[in-house]
Design a protein around this ligand. Structure first.
Ligand code: C2E
Ligand code: CA
Ligand code: CA
Length: 709
């Protein structure tokens, strides 16, 4: 690309060259004109002299010595070309060819050497000479005086007085060569000066340009630096020249505007960045615990899994679920529940290595991503530490809260580094840990998946079972020492079209986990409103019909209110009812269910603690409420006659119950020995296959009728 400076330099040099050429041409022209005028004067003078001198010899014959001698005086004039002497009749008397003429004609045979060596044109009648004479004719036609023809000065003069002319003298000076020589001389003389002048002006122009262009260059450099550094806080110095001053002012104004706009932009960007980071926080972190939320955890896990797969390293996932959180939430309210979650999350965060990511999936579920674990044992150690740290009584908000964590452990390599499988596996293992007694960790294994699939199937089939009335109630008799039927335990039965008969031991925990239990319990209560009166009618008004309630039922306001309403409105025979809840459910829900217990007692309903002895709970709770019956767990009864320890526990429970004025019922009595042992130790009621299996209502009623017969 041509620069402005080189363009200007080119223009300057061209202009100087043209002007110089014009000046030279003009001066040559003027010089030549002056020269010709000067020569003309000289020629005139010479001609004058010669024509005066020729007066004496004009009448001599043509080519006379005297004429020639006079003509030869022209030799001293370098540019004298020819000279002619004519007599008064116009006859050519003598011709002189000078050096200029010889050079022009270059015809040696047309000359004759004169005595002094100069050459005289021979007057000849040959054809060549007649040509010359033709020229001579045109010359003789010229008027008197000086003529300028083709750089030749021709002088025509009369010899003698013009009134009495004796002849005519014509003198021709050829200035061709003179002019050429002088032109050459002139050019050789002037050219170096012109070249020097051009160079000088170029130099001056370059220097001047440099000075003129300096502000422009500064401007360009400044602009370049702005482009490179993005620093708009720059100004250029204002110059004196009008144009560059305007340019630099315009530039400075422009930069000022850009700077202001850029500052405004920066402020906006800073605000946007702040908002974005706030939004990112909101989108990626859990508001309560400040831990990564589900969405963010999934991103982190996906990234870590890709890394682990590429590096062929192992990644572990811990699925953590707080045990009994729902009852804490239900008993003490969501506010306490939230604070408790935060409390547990802080305990867990403190335990964890920096390389691990703890996040909250939602509710009381957390996951820990453990990338790059060399030995799975480290994962196990961490899970054990978590279980120990969390599974204890927390003194919290002036409350004593018993809680724990169940942890499921899974490895990425076991599920081909698939994100959703890894989470499912850890989740399944966590459920297994929960199912196996909570406050523990468990490794995932393939068999667990089959379990889960069945659980999912059961859960979905349970929903349709409720709609299709696929449940029915079975009643298992309880007898006294004399084997009189004193009551029945209501046990739910389910026959599913797809799954066949499913044991409540299997589907009740699933119903509890999937929040379907209270709907099921509601169904049982409604059913009892119909069936209980029939049982009472058959077995007498003293008969006690027990129903099992799950911990979740105690927390379901809808269900407890429904039961109380049934009792209040006498749809449920409260005086013939006993509610069985497990020892742990009783204790964990004591606060929230206390008023419910009081109300049922108010209507005359009894309360029994089921599976007693398995909860390892603080016995001090037993004194807090008016419990009617303790049901010794089947596991102790089964071991009567086998395990001394079980026998001892059984004896102790009976003794303790008696001291607290509770009645004692032993469940799972299958042998006479067990029955004898229990009765011997003072057990009030017995329940088990030895007396009756759980039986549908119609069969129970039929037995009653048979007995009556
Ligand atoms: P549970 O409340 O401890 O019920 C007693 C379980 O022991 C019943 O099992 C009963 O059939 C079984 N059983 C009774 N006598 C014997 C015996 O001599 N030997 C053996 N091996 N077993 C005996 P079932 O009906 O399978 O129920 C299992 C558990 O399911 C129940 O344990 C209870 O926790 C739950 N469940 C059953 N029905 C209901 C219900 O209507 N509501 C609730 N919430 N849970 C229920
Ligand atoms: Ca029971
Ligand atoms: Ca039981």
């Amino acid at each position: 690309m041509k620069s402005l400076r080189s363009q200007i330099s080119f223009n300057t040099v061209t202009s100087i060259a043209i002007i110089s050429a014009l000046i030279i041409t003009l001066s040559i022209y003027v010089y030549e004109k002056l020269y010709i005028e000067f020569v003309s004067t000289e020629v005139n003078a010479i001609g004058e002299n010669i024509s005066v001198d020729l007066i004496d010899y004009i009448n001599e014959p043509a080519g006379s010595f005297n004429q020639t001698e006079v003509l030869l005086r022209l030799d001293e004039y370098e540019y004298a070309e020819t000279a002619y002497i004519f007599n008064s009749q116009g006859k050519l008397l003598n011709v002189y060819i000078g050096q200029a003429g010889l050079k022009a004609r270059a015809k040696p045979n047309a000359f004759e050497s004169n005595v002094d060596g100069s050459q005289i044109f021979k007057i000849d009648t040959s054809s060549k000479a007649s040509n010359a004479l033709e020229d001579v004719n045109s010359i003789t036609a010229l008027a008197l005086g000086l003529h300028h023809i083709n750089n030749k000065v021709v002088m025509v003069k009369t010899i003698g007085e013009p009134i009495y002319p004796l002849g005519k003298f014509i003198l021709i000076f050829n200035l061709q060569e003179a002019l050429r020589d002088s032109r050459e001389r002139y050019i050789t003389l002037v050219a170096p000066s012109v070249v020097f002048f051009i160079c000088l002006s170029l130099l001056v122009s370059v220097r001047a340009q440099r000075k003129v262009f300096r502000p422009l260059n500064t401007l360009i450099k400044t602009m370049d630096s702005v482009v490179d550094d993005k620093n708009y806080d720059v100004k250029v110095e204002e110059t004196e020249r009008e144009e560059t001053l305007a340019l630099s002012r315009a530039f400075n104004n422009m930069m000022g505007n850009i700077q202001a706009a850029s500052e405004a932009n920066q402020q906006k960007n800073a605000l946007l960045e702040k908002q974005q980071s706030q939004m990112e926080r909101l989108a990626n972190f859990d508001a309560l615990t400040g831990l990564p939320n589900r969405q963010f955890l999934m991103k982190i896990l996906a990234r870590e899994l890709t890394k682990a797969r590429t590096n062929r390293s192992e990644l572990g996932l811990l699925f953590v679920d707080i045990d009994g959180f729902k009852s804490i939430n239900d008993s003490f309210g969501h506010d306490t529940g939230d604070k408790f979650l935060l409390h547990i999350s802080v305990i867990m965060s403190k335990l964890l290595d920096e390389a691990y990511t703890l996040g909250r999936l939602g509710g009381d579920e957390f996951i820990i991503i453990a990338p790059d674990i060399g030995d799975p044992k480290t994962l196990e150690d961490m899970a054990a530490k978590l279980v120990v740290a969390v599974s204890r009584t927390h003194i919290f908000n002036t409350l004593r809260l018993d809680s724990g964590v169940s942890v499921g452990l899974a490895l990425a390599s076991d599920c081909n580094y698939e994100l959703s499988s890894l989470i499912t596996n850890a989740d399944v293992a966590m459920y297994k840990a929960k199912g196996s007694g909570k406050a523990r960790f468990m490794w995932f294994n393939e068999e667990m998946l089959a379990d889960t699939k069945r659980k999912v199937l059961i859960s979905t089939r349970l929903s349709s079972a409720l709609e299709n009335d696929a449940f029915y109630l079975a009643y298992q008799a309880k007898v006294d020492a004399e084997q009189n039927i004193i009551g029945f335990e209501t046990l739910l039965r389910w026959h599913d079209d797809v799954l066949g008969h499913v044991s409540p031991a299997e589907f009740i925990p699933i119903a509890e986990q999937t929040d379907k239990i209270s709907l099921i319990s509601m169904w049982i209560i409604k059913r009892l409103e119909i069936e209980a009166p029939r049982l009472i009618k058959s077995f007498g008004s003293q008969i006690i019909i027990s129903i099992n309630l799950s911990p979740q039922d105690l927390n379901s306001e809808r269900l407890t209110q429904f039961i109380l309403k049934g009792m209040r409105e006498n749809k449920l025979p409260a005086k013939n009812l006993e509610i069985e809840i497990t020892e742990t459910a009783y204790m964990n829900n004591f606060n929230v269910a206390n008023s419910f217990f009081e109300s049922i007692k108010h209507y005359g309903c009894q309360l029994a603690l089921d599976d007693f002895g398995t909860g390892y709970s603080s016995l001090s709770y037993l004194t807090k409420f008016d419990i009617d019956t303790l049901k010794i767990d089947r596991s102790f009864v089964n071991n009567i006659g086998i395990s001394e320890q079980s026998e001892l526990i059984t004896k102790t429970i009976i003794k303790m119950a008696k001291s607290l004025n509770f009645s004692v019922c032993a469940e799972g009595v299958e042998t006479r020995e067990q029955a004898a042992f229990l009765l011997r130790n003072g057990c009030h009621a017995l329940q088990g296959f030895l007396y009756s299996k759980p039986t549908p209502l119609e069969d129970v009623l039929a037995t009653s009728r048979r007995r009556a017969l």
